[in-house]
Ligand binder design. Structure first.
Ligand code: ADP
Length: 295
């Protein structure tokens, strides 16, 4: 993705000192516990600069997305899959609304994964994931994903350890297969701090217009914060591969999280090296035919 540009931000990425993919990638030995969740790795600017950069890069993202869509419509096999994970209130919904909201919704395939339905639970856990993979030309977005099967499932002991233990390698193999079929997988962990989560949950409780978002079970999950962080660390250790790395985005500052995901998507799409499809079209002839329809 950053081949040949290592250390330099993507062209036009104002405020980034290095490519977002480089600043945020969870490489070998990555330590989630030491992350400052209010930090803005790779970005040298404040909230106003971040918002301006986001708008500017959103326009680039929109063009790249249209190119991807055109590629899919003309027989291309490439697609992008954004996998969003994070504790409750980390801002997954905000990323969907504010980042994907900058591109044509026709090109986006959004899927949220909740507690498996009885029919889903009767299948292998990757079946519902497979069924939701993006078609060529699309940006697929998973709001939660197959990673819940080694996160909530592990922490809440929904299946025995012997069963979830094998899933890390299985997920790595699955994602390799997905990548081999032309899908660039961009995995983002939105890392909110324990303190900021409390503030966000309190705001939900204080605002009647946010009560619909409040789930008493969120407090139960918060009570197992340490275990969830350990489960996330295991995910980073065992599933952040060169072909499908994890990006850890500090999420206490919403403006940064949204900017960072925008930039990661721009970099991923630019990495595809797409151009406008060449179409065999007799432009002069078609213009003449159009003229002939006019009075
Ligand atoms: P959100 O909390 O993201 O706004 P929901 O209220 O629909 O969305 O919650 C989704 C819930 O589904 C989460 O508690 C999550 O842990 C749970 N979930 C997702 N996938 C699984 C899974 N494979 N097994 C068990 N629970 C899951």
């Amino acid at each position: 993705m950053t081949d040949g540009t290592a250390g330099r931000p993507a062209p036009g990425a104002v405020g980034w000192t290095v490519p977002a993919a480089e600043a945020l990638r969870a490489g070998p030995g990555y330590d989630l516990a030491s992350l400052d969740r209010r930090s803005t790795p790779g970005f040298d600017g404040d909230k106003d600069a971040g918002r301006a950069a986001m708008q500017q890069r959103g326009e680039v993202l929109s063009v790249l997305q249209e190119q991807l869509y055109a590629h899919g419509r003309t027989g291309g096999d490439r697609s992008v899959l954004l996998v969003l994970q994070g504790m409750d209130t980390a801002g997954k919904g905000g990323v969907v609304r504010h980042v994907l909201g900058m591109v044509d919704p026709q090109g986006v395939a959004l899927r949220a994964f909740g507690v498996p339905t009885p029919a889903e639970a009767a299948q292998h856990y990757l079946e519902r994931i497979r069924a939701a993979l993006p078609a060529p030309g699309r940006i697929g977005v998973f709001d939660r994903s197959h990673y819940e099967d080694v996160l909530v499932v592990r922490v809440e002991e929904l299946v025995p350890v012997a069963q979830w233990e094998g899933r890390y390698d299985e997920i790595v193999a699955f994602e390799e297969e997905v990548a081999a079929r032309g899908t660039t997988v961009v995995k983002v962990l939105l890392a909110v701090s324990y303190e900021e989560q409390a503030a966000r949950l309190r705001r939900r409780l204080e605002r009647p217009d946010k009560h619909w978002k409040y789930d008493p079970a969120d407090i139960d999950a918060r009570g197992r914060w340490g275990e969830y962080q350990e489960a996330y660390q295991a995910v980073l250790d065992r599933t952040s591969t060169p072909g499908a790395p994890w990006y850890v985005v500090p999420a206490d500052r919403k403006w940064f999280a949204r900017l960072a995901v925008t930039e990661l998507l721009v970099e991923a799409l630019e990495g595809l090296g797409l151009t406008w499809p060449e179409v065999d079209l007799d432009v002069a002839g078609e213009l003449a035919r159009l003229e002939a329809t006019l009075p």
